[in-house]
Design a protein around this ligand. Sequence first.
Ligand code: BGC
Length: 758
Amino acid sequence: MKDLTALISQMTLEEKAGLCTGASSWTTTPIERLNIPEMLVSDGPHGVRRIPDVNAMGATSLPATCFPTASCLASTWDVDLIRQMGVALAEECIALNVDVLLGPGVNMKRSPLGGRNFEYFSEDPFLAGELAAAFIESIQSRGVGVSLKHFAANNQEFQRFVMNAVVDERTLHEIYLPAFEKAVKRAQPWTVMCAYNKLNGDYCSENQPLLTDILKKDWGFEGLVVSDWGAVHDRVKSLKAGLDWEMPGPKPSRVQAVVEAVKNGELDEAVLDEAVRRILRIVFKAAETPKGGSFDHTSHHALAHKIALDGMVLLKNNGLLPLKSPQHIAVIGRSAETAHFQGGGSSHINPTIVSQPFKELSKQAPDAELTYAEGYPDGENFNQTLIDQAVETARMADVALVFIALPASIESEGYDRQDMNLTLQQEALIKAVCAVQPNTVVVLNNGSPVAVGNWFDGAAAVLEAWMMGQAGAGAIADLLFGKVNPSGKLAETFPLRLEDTPAYLNWPGEAGEVRYGEGVYIGYRYYDARKIPVLFPFGYGLSYTTYEYSNLLVSAKDITDQEGVSVFVDVTNTGSYAGTETVQLYVHDQKSSLARPPKELKGFARVTLQPGETKTVNIKLDFRSFAFYHPGYKQWITEDGAFDILIGASSADIRQQTTLHLRSTQKLPSLLNRESTIRSWIEDPIGSKVFSPFFKLMQENMASTFGSGNEDQETIGMDMMGFLLEMPLMGILHFQEKILPQSPETIVDMLLVQVAKG
Ligand code: BGC
């Protein structure tokens, strides 16, 4: 590695400021005289969007494999498969001269309406973090960097450039940061991209607590922070906050602003040097990987096919699937001829080739007669003739396969969805087809949950095929004909109604502010807590076989938070198809000082089983599996107590459970202060010892201050003790001031000193 300090000392102020802003839409500023090369970045995340002209933002990109988008990827729950995808993406980056791929996106799916949900993994931070870390490790293992985005709380598109996300500290740490945290600590992405929005009052691009205190200091991030494209408002402020590289460029005014700020003393040059050092480190790292050559289109298409296979989720099946050699198949819906396989915006890939469902079905059923009907027009128009034609086609067949894709313009970067509905035509089409053809399978192509309206009951089977990537069509055929057994499980809840969703009353915000009022209760955490029925729960997915869970064991029943524990469970394939099951482990804290969701995902494992086969799954739990973030202590803490270990086939299908006891080894300071209530004093372990003799005396004085308890209850109709518990100690002492030997402040401070001594 180069001596960066020496190199920086040779750079002029102008060169340093210049390096901190892009030279084009996609490149860093090279400095020839010092042999500092340029570095090129490209979107991401589920393919390489390499635009040949580095000054163009939205031109057609070079052909690259369009893998399934993150919703589908996450539904595989398969870190090994994601690693394979990472390696393939790195190979394509190398062939297309790309140093850094702009992805993955790990923001939480706060509402099903989020426009970019298709680009994000999950409503669960643990799952998103595990997948992102694998994604990043695998790409970077080949000498290509990534940009982990969008940091942080970019959970909607509505007013994304200006919206202030108001998120309390605990919610931020428990829900919106952990996927980033795990990815950074475990995989050290070369770059992190800040979000457009404001977080708690400051633009993410100018947010010192976020970019410097949390990301760089607490998590030890070693790479560079890049702005989202156009996210910087005040360049000097952003540099001070920890934003190293502004994109896109060129932007002479920004370079000038930095130069002037250093000259007039507003910006410490050491801050600029640190940004330069971070950028140079990554630029030189990127240059170590020789670029060029080609990539294997065929094997990458095959890998895209495999990922789509594993990510598609069978939502309903009355036994019709897998198809049993139908002679006449009606294939309905324009997305059967023209696959819908990705979303809109910066992630849009120019695919190397696209498989079409009708063709793939024909290949797998060479002896059957396949007839096609368009079913619905492009966009959201209504056309009864197309429905009538589809009904006639379905009536004549043994089976109808209805391909329903949300209109392409509905799911995109830049704006949110307005509802979860299919188009009116699509709903009417499915209903009409189901009315004449009981053997109807609905195949959905969308990036986030859709409402199933009044057609769902009529369908014999429903397959969620997602934005399935360029090879998804073959995967649909494999699953419908039973060549492969479905194994995908939802990484997000499908709610029954939009009105049931956690953020419903706080979405998408108004007057420039969106309040995350549901707190830590997003996704299944909310539906569980409120006992709200959902259409399909988090972790749900059907198979052509059945699995039985047995013999749950934990390596120890009494543990400390440092020891961790191994959980073992046997899974048996009790059906007649080979298959893969994803076992999910949720933890329930029986009692905690702050309210916690009824259960939280803390581990998962995939297991492939032949019919009749049993395998033991092992999942490890650690400190964080039991901890929660306490805003009082400003850290993750554990508390002594009982924790239920729940093993599920989904979040709503718990098959095995046991309880273990945890002992916290943390020595936490007391949170008592001058404002603490009597209840807090009594409940604090050290405080109660120090306080109880004093409290006795106080209670004796109470009668003279407030009258005796019984009388009071009659006189003012209240439980005096209940009333006092909620009063600050200081407040009560002020009522008793005339009989106290010292001032209330002195007394409370003396007690606090004793508490501090332990
Ligand atoms: C998006 C980023 C993307 C960047 C560059 C922005 O609009 O939010 O995700 O990487 O553009 O295309």
